[in-house]
Design a protein around this ligand. Structure first.
Ligand SMILES: Nc1ncnc2c1ncn2[C@@H]1O[C@H](COP(=O)(O)OP(=O)(O)OP(=O)(O)O)[C@@H](O)[C@H]1O
Ligand SMILES: [Mg+2]
Length: 243
């Protein structure tokens, strides 16, 4: 479903990605882990078309999409939950999602009320992410964890084939983390999910395969058990984050 071939991205003299080749199968749950600055978000930015690679290729469902714009990739089924918030703060949770449902269908029309069908779809998505009783609450009044749930609903509003999640549990309480992790685990099996995450309990709960990035390179790629046992991975990363 997703394939990168020898992806390289430099920012001036800094090489953020250095020959990254990754393949994610349809319906797979993949985690990408690695220390701060390893290149995880840069990889996501390239996959979504927000950044162009310096060299290398990106394929989505077999089609070469290297250098395509974000809206073209979104139309091909790619959705993302950001490391930071992307919500309309003054609007109720319901309208945030209803606008997302509408945007998935066509160009965004400002200053119009979302159609009733979009509101109904939004309510169903909010129910799915556990915000069924918060639909009228403005996004800015939601807790941090609830905002992340709302962002997940917004990503799902696009009816994606591929979902990219950048640190979905960052800043969450243990209860919120458990909740969003189960939610992600319960998404339909046809959806391909790639998650960047620092919480190893979450990684080992969600992922079937784990890719480890370090200084822009893939240093390990395999089952959670194999990655956990890898001595280089333990040296550069896991040894520092797992007690
Ligand atoms: N737009 C940019 N301009 C310049 N340098 C950048 C830019 N984006 C990322 N970098 C650099 O590229 C490297 C990789 O950054 P990236 O954000 O991909 O890391 P990350 O693995 O997501 O880290 P974290 O776990 O902290 O989120 C870092 O050294 C970062 O400073
Ligand atoms: Mg990042």
């Amino acid at each position: 479903m997703i394939e990168t071939v020898d992806l390289r991205r430099a920012f001036g003299g800094l090489v953020a990605l250095d020959g990254v080749t990754v393949r994610v199968a349809e319906g797979e749950r993949r985690a990408i882990i690695g220390p701060n600055g390893a290149g995880k978000t840069t990889l996501f930015n390239i996959l979504t078309g927000e950044l162009r690679p310096t060299s290398g290729r990106v394929r989505l469902a077999g089609e070469d999409v290297t250098g395509r714009r974000p809206h073209e990739l979104a139309r091909r089924g790619l959705a993302r939950m950001y490391q930071r918030n992307e919500l309309f703060d003054p609007l109720p949770a319901r309208d945030n999602v209803a606008l997302g449902v509408g945007a998935a269908r066509g160009p965004y029309r400002p200053f119009t009320r979302p159609p009733a069908a979009d509101v109904a779809a939004a309510d169903a998505l909010l129910e799915q992410v556990g915000l069924g009783d918060r639909v009228r609450v403005p996004a800015r009044e939601l807790s941090h964890g609830e905002r992340r749930q709302l962002e997940l609903a917004l990503a799902l509003a696009r009816r994606p084939r591929v979902l990219l999640l950048d640190e979905p549990t960052a800043g969450m309480s243990p209860a919120e983390t458990a909740r969003i992790t189960s939610l992600i685990a319960s998404l339909e099996r046809t959806l391909t999910i790639v998650v960047v995450e620092h919480d190893m309990d979450v990684v080992f709960r969600l992922a079937e395969r784990v890719t480890v990035l370090h200084e822009g390179r893939v240093i390990a790629d395999g089952t959670p058990a194999a990655v956990r046992a890898d001595s280089q991975v333990n040296e550069v990363y896991l040894g520092k984050v797992v007690a």
